[in-house]
Design a protein around this ligand. Structure first.
Ligand SMILES: Nc1ncnc2c1ncn2[C@@H]1O[C@H](COP(=O)(O)OP(=O)(O)OP(=O)(O)O)[C@@H](O)[C@H]1O
Length: 235
């Protein structure tokens, strides 16, 4: 399968400290790859660096064959990458509809429109006049996903979409993400919730101390409980 995202030897951090210490990682076109790892190993730093929100010290980030390491976030976005950040970060003073309309401005051409977002997540249509801070955690997560989709991405970076949500709400988010997988949007899914990760992902990558130390299909990873335990302290 052709790789849509290919990262090699990526090193990055904050103010000279090293968090990512030579990350090699790839996502085939249309695939969902989950990135697992204990707290603080560098998963958020990784997706921020891919998105161009943090400039790497060295290494390569190729999207569809184009080298984007060090490019600003708006350039990376133009090449079809969108992020759903940890903590959702929707605009609290704006309504659902305004949040979506702003996201659509200046986005790549494609078939995502505000109406299609409402069709995918009818709950948002019902809440279209609510302000960002008048939404439940699950609704905020849906809004953050909707905002990213309106960029018409071919690669979606999802940073812990289940964070702080009840199991029943995580199930609703999973249904939305399954629809996106069917649409063939390639995804990097950073997750602590293994049930969600296993339900959605084709492949599993595990990060430790700023490096990828394991990569396999989800099915293989699920069968090897000892390895999962050694890598994640679970199972
Ligand atoms: N803005 C920042 N400035 C300085 N250090 C940071 C910053 N953001 C994160 N770090 C540090 O970088 C390291 C990796 O953090 P990161 O958030 O990437 O890990 P993570 O794997 O996403 O963790 P979690 O699962 O807890 O979100 C941690 O030691 C963290 O304290």
């Amino acid at each position: 399968m052709t790789e849509l995202l290919t990262v090699s030897g990526l090193r990055a951090g904050y103010a000279g400290t090293t968090v990512l210490d030579g990350v090699d990682f790839s996502v085939p076109a249309g695939a969902v790859v989950t990135l697992l790892g204990r707290n603080g190993v560098g998963k958020t730093t990784f997706v921020h660096t891919v998105m161009g929100m943090l400039s790497p010290y060295s290494g390569s980030i190729r999207v569809g064959g184009r080298e984007l390491a060090g490019a600003a976030a708006h350039i990376v976005a133009r090449h079809g990458v969108a992020i759903v950040p940890q903590g959702r970060r929707v605009f609290a003073p704006l309504t659902v509809e305004e949040n979506l309309r702003i996201a659509q401005r200046g986005s790549n051409r494609g078939h995502w429109t505000v109406s299609r977002v409402y069709e995918l997540m009818p709950r948002l249509a019902e809440r279209r006049g609510n302000h960002g801070d008048q939404l439940s955690g699950g609704e905020q997560q849906m809004l953050a996903i909707g905002r990213a989709l309106l960029r018409n991405p071919r690669l979606l970076l999802l940073d812990e979409p289940s964070d702080g949500l009840a199991p029943a709400v995580i199930d609703q988010i999973a249904v939305v993400l399954e629809r996106l997988r069917e649409e063939g949007i390639a995804t990097v899914l950073v997750e602590q919730d293994l049930r969600l990760a296993f339900r959605l992902a084709d492949e599993v990558a595990v990060m430790q101390k700023g490096r990828i130390v394991h990569r396999s299909t989800t099915a293989e990873f699920r069968q090897d409980r000892e390895r999962a335990h050694a890598l994640l302290g679970v199972g």
